[in-house]
Design a protein around this ligand. Structure first.
Ligand SMILES: C[S@@+](CC[C@H](N)C(=O)[O-])C[C@H]1O[C@@H](n2cnc3c(N)ncnc32)[C@H](O)[C@@H]1O
Length: 241
């Protein structure tokens, strides 16, 4: 009896890791809280999934241009799935693999079903790669001569290509790349993680966001309203860009 009472007063001690991480005084096990009310208690806003309280922020802000992303000789389905899922989430226009290992397609690990939302091309060799006209190929690789991602001017139309889990982008593919970019890290990242970082950096660089406040104590500046440019006057015969 005594020990039961003690466990009510100190649920965190008695119930181990399944205690909600709010504070010691309000902490109750998830199962106990949901059993009483049929839903997670209002006092625990932090652990309620955002989608239960409001719609998740919709599409990424529309950016000018487009991008695709893919990987060479990728061999793990979990990595391909992760990359496709991030591509879908960040608004890629297409995705691709070059010389992928069959094992990469063995298991479906992209829960967003990216291939039902965007075209995914599977090219067997570098020679088979077909990009839209005007689309630059940007290699993502740890190379001394690569440009640092934070200072990289993302081309408006481009395809990013990552290397395999073991190894690096092939010499053939590097020769095909217009530019190569490196993420400043101490050692190599997982290929799907590297892809997500590149796409996030593109979104930050090309998307329209309010600037960051200059310090944590200053208010965030508002996003300036979009101003429609004047119509361009072209001389007769001049090509449109
Ligand atoms: C796991 S890494 C390959 C292993 C790596 N070559 C090594 O020896 O540790 C897979 C791919 O992710 C990309 N990658 C990982 N970290 C990167 C970084 N810091 N900068 C640029 N690309 C990176 C590259 O495309 C790379 O080929």
């Amino acid at each position: 009896m005594g020990s039961k009472r003690a466990s009510r007063e100190e649920p965190s001690a008695a119930l181990g890791p399944k205690v909600c991480p709010v504070s010691a005084s309000t902490a109750r096990p998830y199962s106990q809280a949901t059993k009483q009310t049929g839903r997670l208690p209002d006092r625990l806003p932090l652990i309620r999934p955002i989608c239960q309280t409001r719609p998740v922020k919709p599409n990424p802000p529309s950016c000018r241009g487009y991008f695709g992303i893919g990987a060479e000789s990728i061999s793990k389905s979990v990595n391909l799935g992760g990359l496709l899922r991030s591509a879908n989430a960040f608004g890629a226009s297409f995705a691709f693999t070059v010389g992928a290992d069959d094992r990469a397609f063995e298991m479906r690990s992209d829960t967003s079903k990216a291939d039902t939302h965007l075209p995914v091309f599977h090219w067997r060799t570098v020679d088979e790669i077909q990009l839209p006209k005007g689309c630059s190929l940007v290699g993502i690789e740890i190379l001394d001569e690569a440009q640092d991602l934070p200072s990289f001017p993302h081309p408006l139309q481009c395809a990013y290509v990552l290397g395999p889990e073991r190894g690096a982008l092939s010499a053939d593919l590097l020769a095909r790349c217009d530019q190569v970019v490196r993420i400043p890290t101490n050692f190599s990242l997982n290929v799907a993680t590297a892809g997500a970082i590149v796409m996030y950096d593109r979104l930050r660089a090309v998307g329209r966001f309010a600037p960051r406040p200059v310090s944590e104590r200053t208010a965030a500046p508002e996003l300036a309203p979009h101003v429609q440019g004047q119509p361009k006057r072209r001389r007769q015969g001049q090509r449109q860009g």
